[in-house]
Design a protein. Structure first.
Length: 424
């Protein structure tokens, strides 16, 4: 069987280099500000949050959200009932099945790309690729819409765990770019050196601020703004590093979420959402199962199911789910046809996305595939419709525009719209 860090399709999308937290912040800042025109405020803060779980590589819809047992394409697994009468999911998701009354399903995803990089970019940006303009990712748009001006933490956090996400803010600027956390632990290099007192650090910061103000007063550029922002955000993280320390959670919660990497990342996501971070993305990789699809899905969904279901349950019992939209997606699905290596290949013609929580009609199912899952026969939608739906569900006018460089840039693809049947 192929190792998951070496995808069978040979795509470079799974071999993204890792960046240190503060280095990533500085790079995002420089890319977000350099050369950007003035940006007018386009949306008012909604006070909502989004949790996005991205299953990198392309999870099989037939082994998860749209099982077809007993068919030539269905594979060996049964469909099991959920907490919503009439809705069945794969037997590989027994814990999630008990939380379906909080969730809704889109079973009509169609028209997607079969390429990893392009599919990911479409799902993150909500736009058909390639696009003529660099547009911000969903996380940046959510952060822009929901982040209070005085919020001291990043508004857009990506918890890597294998498989990344670009986190691009484009013209929205560095405040909304994705900050990458490499694992469920405090950011690297945020401990104050033992020989440096808090008072000495305060004096150093004050001196630096005075020197910066003198310099930028005469030489203010996009690059100096980017540097200043990344440094100030780093100082905020130094003061609040405990927010990112999942080790402060009770041992019983670690047991409930499981001791896997993904379990720790889901527990960190809960911690960040409780502290008001507007957009948290947790990545789980790798579902690129060109060989031994069924064995790999037993392993991967076995690792995904319990932590995810526990996180949904905790958000509900702690009163956070009404204000937190939950989205589970991949860049595409897997072929209904089982190949010679007992695998499934890339398939963007008929697959599924899970949504739930804030603004979503819980227990709803939108879209339908035919008996063997080869095509969508009811309510086909795509990445653009999902992008609109997420924004509408958290109270953002997805038909609105950002005013950039003297012209309006649509927040979402104007050729698409929300999946209205899924909105509460």
């Amino acid at each position: 069987m192929p190792a998951f860090d070496s995808p069978a399709c040979g795509s470079a999308a799974h071999r993204l280099s890792r960046r240190a937290l503060l280095g990533g912040m500085a790079a995002a800042a420089a890319g977000g500000i350099a050369g950007r025109p003035a940006l007018a405020r386009a949306v008012a803060g909604s006070g909502k949050r989004v949790l996005q779980i991205f299953l990198h590589g392309g999870v099989s819809q037939l082994e998860s959200w749209d099982p077809k047992p007993g068919t030539a394409t269905g594979g060996p697994f049964r469909a099991i009932p959920t907490s919503v009468p009439g809705i069945h999911v794969s037997e590989l998701l027994p814990f999630t099945a008990r939380q379906m009354h909080h969730l809704g399903l889109v079973r009509g995803m169609a028209g997607g790309s079969d390429d990893h990089a392009r599919g990911q970019r479409e799902m993150f940006s909500g736009r058909d690729q390639p696009v003529p303009l660099d547009v911000p990712d969903l996380g940046a748009v959510v952060a822009k819409a929901c982040l209070a001006d005085d919020f001291p933490l990043p508004g857009h956090v990506l918890i890597r765990g294998g498989g990344g996400g670009p986190g691009s803010a484009s013209a929205l600027g560095p405040r909304y770019a994705g900050v990458i956390m490499e694992d469920a632990k405090p950011p690297a290099f945020t401990d104050r050196p033992a020989g440096l007192s808090a008072e000495a650090e305060r004096r150093r910061a004050a001196l630096r601020a005075r020197l910066d103000a003198r310099f930028t007063g005469r030489r203010r550029t996009a690059d100096t703004e980017a540097y200043t922002f990344s440094h100030e955000q780093a100082l905020d993280l130094l003061d609040r590093r405990q927010v990112f320390d999942v080790g402060l959670e009770p041992e019983r919660d670690h047991d409930r979420y499981g001791r896997s990497e993904f379990g720790r990342h889901c527990l960190m996501a809960r911690r960040l959402l409780e502290h008001g971070v507007p957009f948290v993305q947790v990545n789980h990789s790798n579902y690129d199962t060109h060989f031994e699809n069924f064995d790999f899905h037993v392993e991967q969904l076995g690792e995904f199911d319990r932590p995810f279901a526990t996180l949904v349950e905790d958000l509900a019992t702690r009163g956070l789910l009404d204000d937190t939209l939950v989205c589970v997606m991949s860049e595409f699905g897997r072929t209904p046809r089982i190949n010679a290596g007992y695998g499934r290949d890339h398939w963007g013609k008929s697959w599924s996305v899970l949504l739930g929580g804030a603004g979503i009609q819980r227990g709803a199912v939108v879209g339908k595939t035919n008996a063997d899952g080869t095509e969508v026969i009811e309510r086909p939608v795509d990445h653009g419709h999902v992008f609109h739906t997420v924004l509408c569900a958290i109270g953002v006018d997805s038909a609105g525009s950002f005013h950039v460089g003297g012209r309006d840039l649509p927040i979402a693809d104007p050729a698409k719209g929300p999946i209205t049947e899924l909105l509460a």
